[in-house]
Design a protein around this ligand. Sequence first.
Ligand code: FAQ
Length: 334
Amino acid sequence: MYTQALNVKDTGKPASAEDPGKLARFQARIDAEEKIEPNDWMPEAYRRTLIRQISQHAHSEIIGMQPEGNWITRAPSLRRKAGLLAKVQDEGGHGLYLYAAAETLGCSREELVDQLLAGKAKYSSIFNYPTLSWADIGAIGWLVDGAAIMNQIPLCRCSYGPYARAMIRVCKEESFHQRQGYEIMMTLSRGSAAQKAMAQDALNRWWWPSLMMFGPSDKDSVHSTDTMKWKIKRFSNDDLRQKFVDATVPQGHYLGLEFPDPALKRDEKTGHWQHGEIDWSEFKRVLAGDGPCNRQRMKVRTKAHEDGTWVREAALAHARKRAERAAAVRIAAE
Ligand code: FAQ
């Protein structure tokens, strides 16, 4: 899918030391909506910010398999189990495309995974919340995948080619996930009083963390100025959050559910749904490693990585043998 162009090593050069002519030509290409490809010249800061964002995104997909994976054995029917299994596998696949896209920028997947396991890399705050009932699987599909799509559709037009192309397939799959989640919520909301209460409880717990997925408010976002100038991000965090709220509130009302926000109201002039104040102290706590499940997520991920050591070693040994056999055949033919 991608060239594994590991020929663009980190020069450690600060952005200020870069050739102004090259910088101007680079920005002109971005402004002309050209895609930047792995072997093209790019400013160090652009390369580093992409590695940061793409690897955080990849880690999120991989850690994000845990809250839902937790329910595969407890899904209420074979149909639900098959759907959930496929969804969780899709998220694993997204992680792999994204690691591959990050590798084209000159860092290896091993380095990125090591950073995650060492606790030096971020992943999305949302995956540090627990899945307490089956309705949480519906709420994740509807809200978390819904928020992910809102954020990722514009990334299909990101200036960096490999990231933009990876996002096209990811978004198609996320949109299936969103619909299967909404369908679970619909079934529960139209079910018994206990099922409806379960759906309401899931919405109560997942609503605010879903809004936090879009990142800090624009005034506190440190990277947005650069990433918007470079057309990595096309919309600000607050703009995407607002689009998500506008799309999701009517869906929740259609389910007959209430949002856990007494301040939520539709502005008749603009048509937008205004939401109450987000608890940024909770967001900061989760980012600092003190969310309800941060420790558990890292423990499970570390164990899975250790348990997979023999698979990686076997795959490498097999690749080595194949290469040796192919070399022997070539020599014999010469
Ligand atoms: N959680 O200056 P900004 C999914 C960090 S995939 C944790 O605004 P930026 C699919 C940010 O990294 C979900 N950290 O940063 C799925 C930065 O930290 P740093 C993941 C967050 O990059 C569904 C600092 O705060 N999606 O759900 C969060 O311009 C179901 C300052 O923030 C992506 O990664 C957060 N919520 O904007 C899987 C999409 N927000 O690096 C399984 C791509 C911010 O300086 C099941 N990423 N931070 O240490 C993006 O679009 C952007 O990176 C943002 C943040 C919008 C997340």
